[in-house]
Design a protein around this ligand. Structure first.
Ligand code: AMP
Length: 551
């Protein structure tokens, strides 16, 4: 028997129409570095998104399914592109401006982007790439920057504002299939070629509702969210879409992502919520310690993208900012879990431990753990295995390229269609995930696993340590052993023996897991999205570039 309910497709244009009409006075506030930030209402974003869609269709000839790329910071123009491109039936392709240029060119060619909308400040990055970007026919430049860098480009160059000027302020958005492509994003690609995840209207719509749930980020139109996580990194964790559903104001840092300007915008604009990876928060913490500001409005912080060190969570708690730890990946849109402790532990000693986990799975994400031999493991909080997930905003394949079949590599998807995350961890009986490692980072010592993340967290709790990364290195006797690479605070005096006994204190780390190889480094190498780049450390060790002490 069929239901009697209406079958209205879940489309991005519906989110846009809702936000620009019912939350028309909410704002996208873009930091400009000097003077007042630029404020644009949701109503204006709605009319300008319609104008952008007219320009793309009528002036640039963009058709359904054409890929329109953005090479942009987080700002109001980028939000317009977020809504205009999928709403008209084309596909928004956000480009990661921190990728090595060869990878960026590969991605543009693989996605066959016809148009690139670029911030003027990023022209020095785009211009030298242009001869290698075969499918790009049009470049649209927004905001200040040196246009002469594009002299001689074979693609046609347009000004964003000129394209919009005089265009109708409404657009008859097509009634699309909700399962059609809305946006795409390539994973950072640590091995092999980058892989394209293609989000549907439906997946983005449902994911936005999840972001908005009280047990998730739970923001309302009384809030302002500082979106530090880039719009090119999994749709800024879905926040631009989610905020248009609820009227949450967005504070966008544009290119001012250094700790100083971030502290200043928190002080001046007074956001109530912020979202970023741990490295941003480490920098901000150091800045606020050196030069305190009024950050009292900011009471809720979502941290994800890599594990949140306990010391960092504790430090932000002291500043009055409550940290909510979340886990996800490009393939999961990204929200997979968020750590809001269950009601019965709030106010008890267990609460902090719950907050340090990666969090609980929401109703839309099903999870299971698979052991090394392919066996299903129980949710007992102890059995560690590879996490597999499925759900309406989880990828079921990667983009295969123009006209090609989607890719379902066996190391990424199980035979029955679940996503293999490559993350190793445990799940408690009440559904809280604790990641112990990436499958490829776990240290296999004498047949036992050592969690690099656990060692790093314990090290980063030492007052003399700013950052620490632990990697597996080959060992004749044990197969692999941990190498601890440590960044010391300025003027710090701790030596390796002291750090080692700090780890051993109170049985924090089992004796057999303590590293015997140690080195001091200036900074932990980071990937294009700010995560620890352990393959660089492994390579440096293998090539003898690190000055390693054995204790
Ligand atoms: P990306 O697709 O670039 O966002 O990377 C996704 C990967 O980041 C995941 O598979 C995890 O390995 C890692 N990750 C994301 N969030 C967390 C977290 N809260 N704790 C530990 N690792 C995380």
């Amino acid at each position: 028997m069929l239901s009697t309910m209406q079958d209205v497709p879940l489309l991005i244009s519906r989110i846009l129409n809702h936000g620009s009409a019912l939350h028309g006075t909410s704002q996208v506030i873009t930091w400009t570095g000097e003077g007042e930030p630029e404020r644009r209402s949701f109503a204006e974003i709605g009319t300008r998104a319609a104008q952008l869609a007219h320009a793309l269709r009528e002036d640039l000839g963009v058709e359904s399914d054409d890929r329109v790329a953005t090479l942009m910071w987080n700002n109001a123009d980028h939000v317009e592109a977020y809504f205009a491109i999928p709403s008209m039936g084309a596909v928004l392709h956000t480009l990661n401006l921190r990728l090595p240029v060869e990878q960026l060119a590969w991605i543009v060619n693989h996605a066959a982007d016809r148009v690139v909308i670029v911030n003027g400040s990023l022209l020095p990055l785009l211009a030298p790439l242009l001869p290698h970007l075969k499918p790009v026919e049009h470049i649209v430049v927004s905001g200040p920057g040196d246009r002469s860098l594009l002299d001689g480009a074979s693609a046609q160059v347009h000004e964003y504002e000129e394209l919009l000027a005089g265009k109708p302020t409404a657009y008859d958005w097509p009634e699309l299939d909700e399962r059609s492509a809305a946006a795409m994003c390539y994973t950072s690609g640590t091995t092999g070629d980058p892989k394209g995840v293609v989000f549907s209207h439906r997946s983005i719509y449902l994911h936005s509702m999840q972001v908005n749930m009280a047990q998730s980020m739970g923001l309302t139109d009384e809030d302002t969210t500082l979106i530090v996580v880039p719009q090119f990194h999994v749709n800024a964790w879905g926040l631009p879409h989610a905020t248009f559903m609820t009227g949450v104001n967005m504070l966008m840092p544009d290119r001012f992502l250094q700790p100083g300007p971030l502290a200043e915008m928190i002080d001046k604009v007074r956001p109530t919520h912020a979202a970023a990876v741990p490295t941003i928060w480490q920098g901000l913490l150091a800045e606020l310690t050196a030069r305190p500001r009024d950050v009292s409005a900011l009471t809720q912080v979502t941290i994800g993208g890599s594990a949140c060190p306990p010391a960092l969570m504790g430090a932000f708690d002291k500043l009055g900012m409550r940290v909510y730890h979340a886990w996800g990946m490009t393939e999961t849109s990204p929200l997979g879990t968020i750590a809001r402790p269950p009601a019965h532990v709030v106010g008890t000693e267990q609460e902090f431990a719950y907050r340090l986990t990666q969090g609980r799975f929401p109703a839309g994400v099903e999870a299971r753990l698979t052991g090394p031999g392919g066996e299903r493991l129980p949710w007992d909080g102890e059995s560690a295995g590879e996490l597999e997930v499925r759900g309406p905003w989880i990828a079921g394949a990667y983009y295969g390229g123009e006209g090609a079949e989607p890719l379902r590599p066996a190391d990424k998807f199980s035979e029955d269609g679940w996503l293999k995350t490559g993350d190793v961890g445990t799940i408690s009986p009440d559904g809280f995930l604790t990641l112990t490692d990436r499958a490829k980072d776990v240290i296999k010592s004498g047949g036992e696993w050592i969690s690099s993340v656990e060692l790093e967290n314990a090290l980063m709790a030492h007052p003399d340590v700013t950052e620490a990364a632990v990697v597996a290195v080959p060992d004749e006797k044990w197969g692999e052993r941990p190498l601890a690479t440590v960044v010391l605070k300025e003027g710090a005096t701790a030596d390796f023996a002291a750090l080692r006994s700090f780890l051993a204190d109170e049985g924090k780390i089992a004796k057999w897991q303590l590293p015997e190889r140690w080195t001091i480094i200036e900074a932990v190498p980071k990937t294009s999205v700010g995560k620890f780049d352990k393959k660089v450390l492994r390579r440096q060790y293998a090539e003898g570039e690190l000055d390693v002490s054995q204790i």
